[in-house]
Write a protein that binds this ligand. Structure first.
Ligand SMILES: [Zn+2]
Ligand SMILES: [Zn+2]
Length: 381
């Protein structure tokens, strides 16, 4: 068994702390590592479980006493036997069902992991809940990838209704305790020898019913709104990059936290440049004279002009690299490179003078060429 941390140390309290101090310390940690605030964060989940385990023991006078006397050994093996403490929580739902009341007024005691099984106390579902996350797809130009940019986006989202402040009850009235389930959110039925608890059909488990529904939101406590925000798009984003904007998703329910907005980037295809990872690629037409003799070309890149050195004696489809003129990397400050694939260009037309020189060249190099035709030649494709 792995070494366990001291329960007092976990909660950050000293051994003489009273029950209230212990509860406050646990509450603070539970808030900090609450899965609603740390979605998908395994380390936070572990901390959350660890704190719950410590609190389970230290909040009970009897268990605390045993722990003070025997340490972790007091509970070794006890959990498998259905006993208490020490073995740790494997199921997050256990924590919510057991200690939900500690952070009930903020997170509603509702488990973010969905409906819980059994137990009358767990029936209510009317507490604060986090709003849904939203996904927004935005298209940017390839040139926008090279620098930080800002984009205004507009979307429709749901917020709690301002008229009724999210309660769903019309002004001056409020939700009342459900008569069917007396606020429990569940009804208990006797079936032969068995007692079955099911979600209350009158309030759908919320424990409350609304007699005078708010008109603008028809009792939903929610309304649709248009929102406009500016999104900062960092240099180096790629097709499919998702930017998370915390708290810009749908509004929370009953005072719960707002969801997040995920902005997904689509990069438009460019006529000339193509991106692969952090590098950019393009084709470059080069005069055959430059292939043979070398030369410099000024090319319009995505972020201004770039000088391309064509080495003497280049061959068709050869690649020339221009360092650090590719796309920026999201992970480092380094920019990728820019590559040009060289394609030789021959003139469509040559003048009489040019033809004369070409024939001289051919003669020098003992290349057999067609015999002279009168005048200007022109080749049409
Ligand atoms: Zn309303
Ligand atoms: Zn009910």
């Amino acid at each position: 068994m792995a070494t366990q941390r001291d329960y007092y140390e976990i909660l950050g309290v000293d051994r003489n702390s009273d029950a209230d101090t212990i509860k406050k310390a646990y509450r603070k940690l539970a808030m900090q590592y609450h899965p609603d605030r740390n979605p998908g964060d395994k380390a936070a989940e572990d901390k959350f479980k660890e704190a719950a385990e410590a609190y389970e023991v230290l909040s009970s006078a009897e268990k605390k006493n045993q722990y003070d006397r025997f340490g972790h050994q007091a509970f070794q093996g006890a959990r498998q036997g259905g006993g208490f403490g020490g073995g740790g929580f494997t199921d997050m739902n256990d924590i919510f069902s057991q200690f939900g009341d500690v952070f009930g007024d903020i997170f509603g005691g509702g488990s973010p992991f969905g409906q819980q099984g059994g137990g009358a106390r767990q029936g209510r579902r009317n507490g604060p809940r986090k709003g849904s996350d939203l996904r927004y797809i935005t298209e940017i130009d390839l040139a926008d990838v090279l620098k930080d940019s800002e984009k205004q986006i507009e979307f429709e989202t749901e917020e709690h209704c301002s008229e009724c402040n999210g309660s769903g009850a019309s002004k001056g009235s409020s939700a009342v305790t459900c008569k069917t389930c007396k606020g429990q959110g569940q009804v208990v039925r006797q079936q032969g020898f068995f007692t079955m608890a099911t979600t209350c059909p009158s309030c759908q488990g919320s424990g409350e019913t609304i007699e005078n529904p708010c008109k603008p939101c028809r009792g939903q406590g929610r309304s649709k709104v248009k929102r406009k925000i500016k999104v900062n798009i960092p240099a180096g984003v790629d097709n499919g990059t998702r930017l998370r904007i915390q708290g810009e998703g749908e509004g929370g329910h009953k005072g719960g936290m707002a969801g997040d907005l995920f902005v997904e980037i689509r990069v438009k295809e460019h006529d000339v440049y193509e991106r692969e990872g952090d590098h950019l690629f393009a084709d470059l037409d080069v005069a055959y004279e430059q292939f043979m003799l070398g030369g410099t070309m000024t090319v319009e890149a995505l972020d201004g002009e770039v000088e391309v050195e064509i080495p003497r004696g280049s061959t068709p489809n050869e690649r020339i690299k221009v360092s650090h003129r590719g796309a920026p990397s999201l992970r480092s400050s380094r920019r990728g490179d820019l590559y040009f694939t060289l394609h030789p260009q021959f003139p469509d037309k040559v003048s009489e003078e040019e033809e004369g020189l070409l024939r001289q060249l051919a003669e020098l190099r003992k290349v057999k060429v067609s015999s002279e035709k009168k005048g200007f030649f022109s080749r049409k494709k």
